[in-house]
Design a protein around this ligand. Structure first.
Ligand code: NAD
Ligand code: APR
Length: 233
């Protein structure tokens, strides 16, 4: 197989499923418990900010009690030992990649760890209850929202992501349904730029047909297996 030096990994909710964090589109997933337009759009926030703030307070509390699973641990191991370029682009707002020890992580949808002040635009680490309308640590205004990218908003650091895709020799997608753009299009971008592409997912996703190889199974098994092969090649 051609020399692999630069790797881009895309992760979605599926990599955190075995840590006990609900995915979005599975049976009983987040989008069955809550209407997307009510809790994950700017319009929903404008309509009922308390509902949205409570939804994210609940998600933050749930995430804080969870732990990385062997899939996160394997990617952290790869990050620590991989001599070439490596970027883990996650759609997830949990911090399980970082808590497993991964360093080269980019949160394209933001993270539950930060609050964003809609008055002064400051972003600060946050663990409190946003529904209590606490003052912004920077300007004191009670105008904090979660620093999470909602439907219709621009994802973060797209230029950095496309720069990494341009030089990628290997693009690996883990635990995402391929339902939401622009993340769902990264495999096509990577292919057109010459990268090999691999999907590791519980079931075939909406994008499976675009991958050179698509393996179905649980991330906690598929990811350590793939990382071990790559590191001991
Ligand atoms: P999109 O239109 O590509 O979303 C496609 C899918 O998202 C739809 O198939 C549906 O499943 C869902 N969706 C999107 N908007 C919806 C709505 N109003 N009601 C119900 N379902 C909806 O997504 P987008 O609006 O173009 O998103 C723009 C950016 O926001 C993308 O980068 C996306 O990844 C991001 N995003 C972030 C979150 C989050 O919770 N962090 C949620 C959604 C989207
Ligand atoms: N191992 C591997 N894959 C899994 C596992 C598992 N244990 N459990 C679930 N999956 C797969 C599912 O088969 C599904 O394809 O993970 C995927 C999760 O898909 P979604 O619930 O749609 O989550 P995701 O793809 O991350 O959603 C993308 O949409 O709602 C927005 O912003 C939100 O970031 C999210 C984006």
């Amino acid at each position: 197989m051609a020399e692999i030096r630069n790797i881009v990994i895309l992760t979605g909710a599926g990599i955190s499923a075995e840590s006990g964090i609900d995915t979005f589109r599975a049976e009983g997933g987040l989008w069955e418990q809550h209407k997307v337009e009510d809790v994950a759009t700017p319009e929903g926030f404008a309509r009922d900010p308390d509902l949205v703030l409570r939804f994210y307070d609940m998600r933050r509390e749930a995430i804080q009690t969870k732990h990385p699973n062997p899939a996160h641990d394997a990617l952290a191991r790869l990050d620590q030992h991989w001599k070439g370029n490596l970027l883990i682009v996650t759609q997830n707002v949990d911090d399980l990649h970082e808590r497993a020890g991964a360093k080269r992580v980019l949160h394209m949808h933001g993270t539950h760890l930060n609050a964003w002040c809609t008055a002064c635009d400051a972003k600060n680490p946050w663990t409190g209850t946003l529904a209590d309308r606490p003052p912004c640590p920077a300007c004191g205004t009670n105008a904090l929202r979660p620093d999470v990218v909602w439907f219709g908003e621009m994802p973060y650091e797209m230029e950095r992501i496309y720069a990494a895709l341009r030089t990628a020799d290997l693009f690996v997608s883990i635990g995402t349904s391929g339902a939401v753009y622009p993340a769902a299009g990264f495999v096509r971008d990577a292919r057109s730029l010459g990268a090999r592409t691999l999907e590791l997912n519980l079931e075939r996703s909406q994008g499976s047909g675009w991958f050179d190889e698509s393996r179905q199974g649980r991330a906690s098994e598929l990811v350590p297996e793939w990382v071990d092969t790559l590191l001991h090649k």
